[in-house]
Design a protein around this ligand. Sequence first.
Ligand code: CAP
Ligand code: MG
Length: 412
Amino acid sequence: MAGITYEDFLDLSYTPTETDLVCQFSIVPAEEMDMEAAASRVASESSNGTWAALTVGDDFTDLSATAFAIDGNEISVAYPADLFEKDNMPQILSCIAGNIMGMKAVERIRLKDCEWPEAIVSSFDGPTFGSAVRNEIFDAGERPITATVPKPKVGLSTDRHVEVGYEAWTGGIDLLKDDENLTDQAFNPFHDRLTESFAARDRAEDETGEKKSYLINVTADTNTMLERIDMVNEVGGEYVMVDVITTGWGAVQPVQKRCAELGLAIHAHRAMHAAFDRLPDHGISMRVLAQVSRLCGVDQLHTGTADLGKLANEDTVGINEWLYGELYGMNDVLPMASGGLHPGLVPEVINRCGTNIGIQAGGGIHGHPDGTHAGAKAFRQAVDASVAGVSLEEYATDHPELAVAVEKWGTE
Ligand code: CAP
Ligand code: MG
């Protein structure tokens, strides 16, 4: 008869095995609780323990996690791979980021990082394309791909939305993208927007001789998303956009499988991520959300602007490096820099994040004093100048759209 008490979950001499999932947390223990007591409670509640000591017989698989390191307010916990169902992200998160987020033993707890073993990684499909979209879908060579989201976010009629897209595509932008709160509303129905945008996309490709595509937002309940994915495929689309946090991983997984069958790429928007990652000492880090996104198979993911734009960011560069890194042969993910960007910020975004990224601007294109088409040209000019190593000031001398943008928004 083995017993399970909190003390069973702490072993500072334990060395994780190759198949363990290792999670790093920062914790602020509850008052009058020391780190060791808090760490063992975290390992217990996130694996097979509870508040009461248990006595277990032989008919039992021991799936206990082990808190094996404590360093300041950081702890490391190793979970046996058999605790987890294969290819089931909700189940994994119900363990490692579940009840422990609200347990009274900790004042604050943040899941900061995970080391994923091959046994778990290989049970997920991962991205179909990853950063190869830049040259498999587009012909971008060494430059970042570009995207724009029409503004105002919602309220444009279908005709006007399509027109804005056409102006952006022909100005030099690769991807039109829906805003996150545009799906299938009366002012701009999904199916009308889909068919009319792809007709305009074809005209823009003819006019520019460049490949263009559209990130249409399919986010909804799972069945509706699967129907919308089929519609995108029928009109010859290359991508769908999914808001991965609001829709949930249990919906992203079937979306990924359907898209993989059809050869469509997934653009992952991350609205609501800050509910998990904004408070530095609580929740789930964006780094972990990015890891989960890769396992669940998104091809492109918003990871912020390395603090250059309008939104608070967590370690964009480190997250991007993780997304590119080797992961048992799984494809990588293309990071998308977005949020408050304009042409003047492009050189520094590229300086901090490199060229194997997507760069997106809404206000920084449509807010150009001469309108969307000029704004798109200015944005593309900023990308081309940066990749060629030419300063924006110099490039602007014979690129008037860029000159106007730099004059309006500066270069910081
Ligand atoms: C950008 C954006 C995106 C944010 C999301 C917006 O528009 O469309 O939703 O980039 O943030 O509505 O803010 P602007 P993140 O270019 O006009 O700012 O990429 O950090 O997830
Ligand atoms: Mg948006």
